[in-house]
Design a protein around this ligand. Structure first.
Ligand code: SER
Length: 904
């Protein structure tokens, strides 16, 4: 497959391979031609050779694999098998895996690069190695897919002296016909993991696609003649984070072939976008854009980009990836935004990606049933984000254009990193987009500066406790755990156990002994401690023996199969090998169990009351509360919340027994059990049933729903676009909440000299009294103002023969000033009236002049402006009426006293 790391120092040794003659005897019948048949015949071929078919895992990797954001290869769900941590259902496996890679995103739009793609794979966990893998691949390619052998070119790693011999044996290809490539090395997919040399099969598309150079061969990066279609990886090493490689317990096989590329070859097309996997999507977008594919090279490229991105978004949303500013949510956002931008180049506006979602679903639902089942949700997620980005795009683009203009004027060619970050942070403008727009003007972006700004923000967040980094430790565990068996969890049955310590880390490094007061992380052979998973928090408690006591403050599963107890030695010492007693904090665990069981009842109630389209998007099960996120585009009504509480509480009162069963995944789904689509499930699953609720779940639960006690929703709010969050309490937590509310109500009633039942009436009565008091006060103030107006009207001064009343009066607002001014005018007749007032250190004033005087050239607006200027504020208006004010009333009295001079 295209994304590959050059993990090896050996240089490429390239030479033109010799042309070959066809030799294989063909099998009867036509090769499969539709993508559906190609997929099916791959799986059938390996099933016929005793391979067990695994369903594609989710694009969201299992939560215990922290090293990758999205599933990038078929081998990812096999890692625990390769490392010997989990026993596979068979040592021969096959799958068609949904994959997503960002590595090639800039190349998407050419003939063969994609973000989302399907990977056909066969895997051997020690069952066979190079020879068989090569033989299977050759047989399938030449006899089932009937590709002409003379067009197939294998490559091998320069240090691999075995593979060329097998290619000769199986396919009759001599050693000098095989290209040795330094980058024929695959993995690990994350920071650490399994890896090994590989052998790749290239398909020769023909000289017409070549560069014509003498050394043109598979791996040539000048032309598109040789297309890499299948990668056979000889997974025999484990590589840790510092690059050290150790041999795995057994050598494994991991192969991956891109369905889209194979289909392109078998359907004789010039690009993956012309195959039946893409053509309907391309045509849909072309119709929306009122164009045709194949008319304009520029448009075609945009159509290919949005076809890839649009399809990828459907699969991402279908697996529960939601747009956000971090991690895989950011990938979703970035892909959507890139697609919108390419869409605009085609004149596509509005919600075109959401509109095309049904085309993608219709095309793919045959093999990926989940797409049809989650159709509404997929469209909802895409359209919400698309709408949102459309709004900000216009704004951000304007800002970027302005900034680029300014940079250009200043003769600069680099966009400062801080600016790129600001665009991202405040306008949601991805840095890749900034770079693309900049590139169109021949400018670059200071990526280091951008990364620096991003890092500073992340550090800021980490400091405030948002991110908990335990990466280094994960590495240490990955190393330590290589020889350890899977930790057995005994905590479903109880909270006590005895076991032996099998490994420990002190200061993040493997150790043999830990003494008080050191912090450490311990692994036991078996444990009743539940490791955080599925939203349920890890257990607390004690681990101890005669020699010492370790206090557990968290339990996690940093690498698959390993339960790790984090905490501190509070007394004595413990050694690896010590027999210990493990004791979970039972009160805390019971509180967690109540909340977890309540979460299931809540989930069902939400579906029953709000509709089947409601899906869980996340949850937190803590001892003191539970939190549940689900998809919904509007706030819940009070009656709905009440109904939800009632349904949960009646299930509690019914005291249903909580039953758990282990059964095959498919069977569990058939019983109607609810599964979370962001979760990866194994072949056998645990089904938890309580009354009408039935969910796949590995968590710990109460024995009967009556133990949950009171259930109480305490909050409902929106978190992200299209996601609502409910917080709730159970058991004693809910009781305490009710008591606190009760105390509050009683306290308030006491203060207001009434009873809790009469509190509402009392408050209403007090509000009426308050309003009445306000009304009386205003009447008194108006009376006072009238009297003051009469007084002022009686003694005007004169400026050049014009009567003037200028005074600072007490008035609560401008409206009262206006009323006073009217009062003065009716007594004064012609004249200039300037009234000001001061409240809370701020000045307000009005100026009025009768029409006769305005005709003589006097102007209230100009006077207001002049007064305001002296006050350091603002003022203005019409010739006969104007007003103004200032935040600083210190000069007010002096200014009004000098009003005569000002007007003169
Ligand atoms: N892991 C290899 C790849 O992704 C083969 O499956 O190419």
């Amino acid at each position: 497959m295209p994304a590959k790391r050059s993990q090896n120092s050996s240089s490429s040794v390239k030479s033109s391979p010799q042309p070959r003659q066809s030799g294989a005897s063909a099998r009867k019948g036509e090769p499969p031609s539709t993508s559906q048949d190609i997929r099916a015949s791959f799986l059938r071929f390996f099933e016929e050779r005793d391979h067990y078919r695994l369903p594609s895992s989710s694009l969201i990797p299992p939560s215990d694999d922290p090293t990758v954001l999205l599933t990038t290869a078929g081998m990812q769900q096999m890692i625990p098998y390769f490392l010997g941590r989990v026993t596979p259902p068979s040592t021969r496996l096959t799958s068609v895996q949904k994959c997503f890679r960002t590595t090639d995103i800039d190349e998407v739009g050419d003939a063969s690069h994609l973000t989302f793609f399907e990977m056909l794979g066969n895997f051997a966990v020690g069952a066979y190695f190079k020879r068989e893998a090569i033989a299977y691949a050759w047989e399938l390619m030449t006899l089932v897919y009937k590709l002409p052998p003379e067009r197939l070119f294998p490559t091998v790693h320069p240090d691999d002296d075995e593979a060329p011999g097998y290619w000769q044996e199986v396919a009759g290809i001599p050693a000098d016909g095989i290209t040795r490539l330094g980058d024929n090395w695959w993995g690990p997919p994350g920071a650490s993991g399994p890896c090994g040399p590989d052998s790749e099969i290239y398909y020769d598309r023909g000289v017409e696609f070549g560069c014509g150079e003498a050394d043109c061969a598979p791996g040539c990066d000048r032309c598109e003649r040789y297309l890499e279609v299948w990668n056979l990886v000889f997974m025999q090493y484990y590589q840790d984070i510092d690059g050290t490689r150790t041999l795995l317990k057994q050598p494994n096989i991991d192969t991956g072939m891109g369905l889209e590329r194979l289909t392109m070859v078998l359907q004789g097309k010039n690009s993956v976008f012309e195959t039946d996997l893409f053509r309907p999507i391309i045509d849909k977008f072309a119709t929306l854009a009122h164009t045709n594919y194949g008319e304009n090279a520029e448009h075609d490229r945009s159509l290919r980009v949005i076809a890839d991105h649009g399809r990828a978004l459907v699969f991402l949303a279908g697996d529960g990836v939601l747009p956000s500013n971090t991690g895989r949510g950011y990938i979703f956002r970035r892909v959507l935004r890139r697609a919108v931008r390419y869409g605009r180049m085609l004149g596509l506006e509005g919600l075109f990606l959401a509109e095309a979602a049904d085309t993608v679903i219709g095309l793919m639902k045959g093999h990926y049933e989940e797409l049809a089942a989650r159709r509404d949700q997929i469209v909802d997620i895409i359209s919400t984000e698309e709408r949102r980005f459309n709004q900000t795009l216009t704004l951000g683009m304007q800002m970027l254009t302005r900034e680029l203009d300014a940079l250009e004027k200043a003769g600069k060619h680099e966009v400062p990193g801080e600016l790129a970050f600001k665009l991202y942070d405040t306008h949601g403008f991805p840095v890749e987009l900034t770079a693309e727009v900049a590139r169109e003007r021949g400018m670059t972006v200071d990526r280091a500066g951008y990364d620096g700004a991003m890092l500073r923000q992340q550090e800021q967040q980490a400091k405030s406790g948002h991110i908990f980094v335990r990466e280094q430790e994960e590495e240490a565990w990955a190393k330590v755990s290589n020889g350890l068996p899977t930790t057995r969890f005994t905590g479903y049955e109880g909270e006590l156990g005895s076991s032996a310590i099998v490994a420990m880390l002190v200061n993040g490094k493997p150790a043999d002994e830990v003494s008080a007061p050191q912090a450490a992380a311990l692994v036991l052979e078996e444990t009743p401690f539940y490791a955080e998973a599925g939203g349920q928090m890890g257990d607390h408690g004690m681990i101890g023996s005669q020699t010492g006591i370790f206090q557990v403050s968290d339990t996690q599963r940093p690498v698959p199969g390993l339960i790790v107890h984090y905490g501190t030695m509070i007394e004595g010492h413990l050694r690896v090998g010590s027999e210990v007693r493990a004791e979970v904090d039972a009160m805390r665990r019971q509180a967690i169990m109540r909340n977890h069981s309540a979460t299931h009842l809540l989930h069902l109630a939400l579906k029953d009351i709000l509709g089947k389209q409601v899906h869980q998007q996340g949850s937190l099960v803590a001892p003191d509360r539970l939190r549940f996120d689900f998809n919904m585009t509007r706030p819940l009504a009070a009656e709905e919340l009440r109904e939800i509480d009632q349904q949960v509480n009646s299930a509690v009162l019914a005291n249903h027994l909580v039953r758990t069963e282990i059964m095959p995944y498919q069977e569990a789904l058939a019983t109607g059990a609810m599964a979370l689509f962001s979760e990866k499930y194994g072949d056998t699953v645990r089904v938890v049933t309580m009354g009408a609720s039935k969910e796949l779940c590995g968590g710990t639960h109460v024995a009967a729903t009556g133990q949950i006690g009171l259930y109480l929703t305490t909050q409902e709010a929106g978190t992200a676009a299209g996601i609502r969050r409910v917080e709730a309490l159970t058991g004693t937590g809910a009781e305490m909440f009710v008591h606190r509310r009760n105390d509050l109500v009683s306290g308030l009633a006491g203060r207001l000299q009434t009873t809790p039942d009469a509190l509402a009436d009392r408050v209403r009565q007090l509000q009426e009294e308050l309003n009445e008091a306000r009304r009386s006060l205003a009447a008194v103030q108006r009376n006072q103002a009238r009297e003051e107006a009469t007084r002022l009207a009686a003694s005007p001064t004169e400026v050049n023969g014009v009567p003037l009343v200028a005074a600072v009066v007490s008035a609560p607002d401008v409206k009262t000033l206006g009323e006073m001014s009217d009062g003065i005018r009716s007594r004064l007749g012609s004249g200039v009236i300037l009234l000001a007032t001061e409240n809370d250190g701020q000045a307000q004033f009005i100026v009025t002049i009768d029409d006769a005087l305005t005709k003589r050239g006097l102007n209230a607006g100009k006077i207001a402006a002049a007064v305001a200027e002296r006050l350091g504020g603002r003022g203005g208006g019409r010739p006969n009426s104007a007003q103004g004010g200032s935040n600083d009333a210190r000069n007010l009295r002096a200014t009004i006293a000098e009003a005569g001079a000002l007007i003169a």
